[in-house]
Design a binder for this molecule. Structure first.
Ligand code: HEM
Length: 195
């Protein structure tokens, strides 16, 4: 059975333009973060472990963003009022992204949606999906820095499935690689030719 559609989550939209990042570029990036078949397997297990805990994971991440005014600013109007509807709609897509990061094949369709996610953090596409009256752009430095909290805070959730310590570590490393890989991909529209 296919999962419930999430508003604005256009991963499988046939109209999605192909990514400027090629499958060959992706291969080399995967090799650069030392991502191998064992990581793919560990992510599959992580997906199973996380599937019943997604809302709790998001409570932690939204708590983190919400407690830092300089971060919640990107979900707010230009005079700093958080937009509840925007936060909620993005949260639903974030939930699907957690599952997809663990379960989707990293193929050309996935690459195309990576590019879309990247653009949604930047001037050309931010706010459009949710018709949000928010600030136009998220600085690249925060995307890079966010790798740490997104990785550090996932570990207790990965451990909650009761797997042996070594397996939890393998899932955690695979998650770290997958998030680093994605932020490297998302830097493409920020960097342009420098990518
Ligand atoms: C959107 C993940 C960094 C603010 C999203 C989405 C995901 C995501 C999965 C939904 C994409 C979709 O529309 O399907 C991440 C990850 C990050 C990161 C993994 C870094 C490791 C940040 C940072 C901020 C931020 C640092 C700033 C507070 C937003 C906003 C949206 C969004 C405002 C909605 C964009 C729109 O208007 O469509 N992010 N994000 N993100 N993220 Fe991030």
């Amino acid at each position: 059975t296919s999962p419930e559609p999430v508003p604005g989550y256009t991963h499988d939209d046939p109209g999605l333009p192909p990514s400027p990042v090629t499958a060959a570029d992706l291969e080399l990036l995967l090799a650069t973060v030392l991502f191998g078949p064992e990581d793919q397997a560990a992510l599959r297990t992580a997906g199973e472990v996380l599937s019943g805990q997604i809302e709790q994971v998001l409570d932690v991440w939204y708590g983190f963003v919400g407690s830092h005014p300089h971060l919640v600013a990107y979900f707010s109007t230009s005079d700093g009022v958080p937009i509840a509807d925007y936060l909620a709609r993005v949260r639903a897509r974030f939930a699907r992204w957690i599952v997809d990061t663990c379960t989707r094949p990293y193929d050309e369709r996935w690459l195309a949606y990576q590019q879309e996610i990247a653009l949604r953090h930047t001037e050309p596409r931010k706010n459009q999906t949710d018709h949000a009256d928010s600030v136009p752009h998220i600085p690249l430095r925060y995307l890079v820095a966010f790798i740490y909290p997104i990785t550090a805070t996932i570990r207790p959730f990965l451990a909650a499935g009761g797997h042996p310590e070594a397996e939890v570590d393998a899932m955690h490393q695979a998650w770290f690689k997958a998030v680093t890989l994605q932020v490297a991909l998302w830097s493409q529209p920020y960097a342009g030719r420098a990518w």
